[in-house]
Write a protein that binds this ligand. Structure first.
Ligand SMILES: Cc1cc2nc3c(=O)[nH]c(=O)nc-3n(C[C@H](O)[C@H](O)[C@H](O)COP(=O)(O)OP(=O)(O)OC[C@H]3O[C@@H](n4cnc5c(N)ncnc54)[C@H](O)[C@@H]3O)c2cc1C
Length: 319
């Protein structure tokens, strides 16, 4: 089976999910290829030394920033040339947009936001959560065209090593023409750890009482080298930016540790975080629904518990 992984890049370096996709491809067996699109191939050698197999690089100025129209055309050219049976991309905001477009352009099947990939007989079976994780669907492709799957972050570990070689690809110049030009990328300068890539997230809810108390949450997150998340209630209240919102209408996160502080555990919040490896909840109401999904629960006042945790972690971890 030929598997193509798509290594998206940010500022000329493959995003961490690229290495998770390589690990996912390794778990399936078969021939691995990795597509790397950028304005320079400087970031590609790391993909090759970490098991990316045939690392197909396409280098052009218009590939510096993500543009789903151009990326789709370039990748379609690579897919037509190399004929992979499976194409894996990251289930990030850009990755999901790209994979859907690619599946349509290449007459393939699509499974979005998958959390499992296995070979059953001669078929690839993808698993994806539905209804907020209450149901797991098994998706099997029938018919022609490649099987496209976006893979949720942190489901697979990052590939650390393996064989690979760089192959510079040339594609027809017309694929770089686009109705859209991305001229500049401005990053929200929070200085904080990216929520969707974080191993540790400390999220605040309305139980934090007021925006003035939120530094308690960022201090705890900093002590754990983690990111800060938020419930929609406090985003709507203007206490936290939308970029921090976790849940149905916010981000889906999958950290190793998710600390929910003063969050009741509404289903719309749970769908965005309940696949976290370990969930710790702090809530003064022992019957709060968040405790139904938490591995560890602390019943009490967040204003007392959060500073106590911060000071303990600072002394233990030197944070
Ligand atoms: C279409 C739709 C989409 C939505 N999308 C999202 C989404 O993406 N993300 C999201 O989060 N929500 C979303 N919601 C909103 C969701 O239904 C809840 O209203 C929201 O998650 C509640 O936020 P909360 O837990 O912070 O607040 P609350 O429900 O008010 O809970 C506050 C909690 O804090 C506890 N508490 C109070 N004081 C303290 C204290 N001193 N110490 C410790 N604990 C304390 C309380 O016991 C309570 O459990 C959506 C709703 C709809 C209808």
């Amino acid at each position: 089976m030929k598997i193509l992984t798509i290594a998206l890049q940010k500022e000329g370096k493959p995003i961490p999910a690229s290495y998770e996709l390589i690990e996912a491809a390794k778990s399936l067996g078969g021939e691995i290829m990795t597509a790397y699109l950028s304005d320079s191939d400087a970031g590609a050698s790391d993909l090759a030394s970490r098991g990316g197999g045939k690392v197909l690089t396409v280098t052009h100025d218009s590939l510096k920033f993500f543009n789903d129209e151009v990326y789709c055309k370039v990748l379609t050219a690579l897919i037509e040339k190399h004929q992979p049976e499976v194409v894996l991309g990251p289930a990030t905001f850009y990755g999901k947009a790209l994979l859907g477009r690619l599946a349509a352009a290449n007459g393939g099947a699509m499974a979005s936001d998958t959390t499992g990939l296995v070979i059953d007989g001669d078929k690839l079976v993808a698993t994806r959560p539905n209804y907020g994780g209450s149901v797991l669907s098994r998706i099997v492709k029938n018919g022609g065209g490649p099987f496209f799957a976006s893979v949720r972050g942190k489901v697979f570990p990052e590939s650390k090593e393996g064989a690979g070689e760089l192959i510079a690809e040339t594609v027809d110049g017309s694929v770089f023409e686009s109705r859209m030009t991305v001229k500049e990328r401005k990053v929200e300068s929070t200085g904080a750890v990216n929520l969707t890539e974080a191993d540790v997230i400390v999220s605040a809810g309305r139980g934090m009482k007021a925006a003035e108390n939120l530094p308690l949450i960022s201090e705890l997150a900093a002590a754990l080298s983690g990111a800060v998340g938020a419930s929609r209630a406090i985003v709507d209240a203007g206490w936290a930016p939308y970029s921090q919102q976790v849940g149905q209408t916010g981000k889906t996160v999958n950290p190793k540790l998710y600390l929910a502080v003063g969050i009741s555990g509404a289903i719309q919040h749970l769908v965005g975080m309940r696949s976290s490896l370990t969930i710790v909840a702090v809530n003064r109401d022992k019957d709060a629904p968040i405790f139904n999904v938490a591995n560890y629960g602390i019943v009490g006042d967040a204003m007392e518990i959060v500073p106590a945790l911060t000071s303990k972690f600072k002394s233990e971890l030197g944070g």
